[in-house]
Design a protein around this ligand. Structure first.
Ligand SMILES: N[C@@H](CCC(=O)N[C@@H](CS)C(=O)NCC(=O)O)C(=O)O
Length: 327
């Protein structure tokens, strides 16, 4: 774990001394958008037109943010349109790497050993954290985006004219509702588990855990009445929630001390996770072995022995009953 300063790698754990033990996530720096015709998107520069074979996704099975992009790549049938590398689960010295391992797909473009080499290739004096996912443009030889929430928006619609599968997971009439849910779920759940887990004071930990379980209670109640967060079809908000819920009982309950309740204790949330897991090819993007090894073996400040727990046993392919219940 570390960061680049003036393009040079430094191994360093997150700084929480100046914030009363609170973990603060840095904003992503590459914020360009792929659009159907290369017109600029909501931020960054233009010139990134949707073309089959032009873009490469660097992703991780362990990472909840990268997992969103892997799911959208499947849902939108982009497997032959956007090529893929998968990094190794272990993140220690030199940060995220392409060392050999089951499920790792090496970097065909730079032959990189470390993810930071991709950042150096795009910006030789880059200063900041080196995070996954990264969307690379083979034509311009640079990073389009390293912000997962924006990469999934591009995957949702930019490639529709060049062979993507049908489906709109951010439909116009639902946007306000999706945005509001995303905001609350990001602050208290997606990032909330990290705020709890990386806190270095009791106060910072409690500040994160309370709102996390308030939101989970709220979501479980919402899913009592409808199949998905915004009604009867899957939206981006469901996928953004799913990647955290899939990691919850196997990692966040123990490693990040988010142990007030398990997802398995919430009847609706647990069935919702199984429902989505069994949708399309989402199951093919879930690698609990990478996930467990990543967290328990990489965060040695939290788990100094690096021992990975054996359980829990959870069957995400068990019947969920939500199709019959909601018609
Ligand atoms: N805002 C980014 C966050 C991505 C992120 O933080 N990924 C983690 C892995 S789960 C990472 O690369 N961490 C490395 C670090 O912080 O040094 C996104 O959503 O795309």
């Amino acid at each position: 774990m570390g960061l680049l300063i003036d393009g040079v790698w430094h191994d360093r754990w997150y700084e929480t001394a100046a914030t009363g033990g609170r973990f603060r996530r840095d904003a992503a720096r590459f914020r360009n958008w792929i659009t159907p015709d290369g017109a600029p998107g909501p931020s960054g520069e233009g010139g990134f037109a949707a073309e089959p074979g032009r873009y490469h996704l660097y992703a991780a099975y362990f990472c909840p943010w990268a997992h969103r992009t892997l799911i959208f790549r499947e849902l939108k049938g982009l497997g032959d349109i956007v090529s893929l590398s998968i990094v190794h689960w272990l993140m220690r010295e030199n940060g995220i790497t392409f060392r050999e391992g089951d499920g790792v797909i090496p970097d065909p473009i730079h032959g990189a050993k470390y993810l930071y080499e991709i950042y150096q290739a795009a910006a030789p004096t880059y200063a900041g954290r080196v995070t996954i996912p990264v969307l690379w443009d083979k034509k311009k030889g640079t990073i389009v985006s390293n912000e997962s929430s924006e990469i999934i928006r591009m995957f949702n619609s930019a490639f529709d004219g060049v062979g993507a599968a049908a489906g709109d997971y951010y439909p116009e009439p639902l946007r306000d509702e999706i945005d509001a849910l995303n905001q609350r779920i990001y602050d208290t759940v997606n990032n909330g588990v990290y705020k709890a887990g990386f806190a270095t004071t009791q106060e910072a930990y409690e500040e994160a855990v309370g709102p996390l379980f308030e939101t989970l209670d709220f979501l479980d109640a919402r899913l009592e009445k409808q199949r998905y967060l915004c009604g009867d079809s899957i939206t981006e908000a469901d996928i953004r929630l799913l990647t955290t819920l899939l990691r919850f009982d196997i990692v966040y309950v123990g490693h990040f001390k988010c142990n007030v309740r398990r997802i398995a204790d919430y009847p609706n949330l647990f069935a919702f996770v199984r429902d989505l897991y069994q949708t399309g090819r989402i199951d093919s993007t879930f690698r609990p072995d990478h996930i467990k090894r990543h967290y328990y073996m990489s965060h040695l400040t939290i788990n100094p022995t690096g021992i990975v727990p054996t359980g829990p046993e959870i069957d995400f392919s068990a019947p969920h009953g939500r199709g019959n219940r909601f018609g």
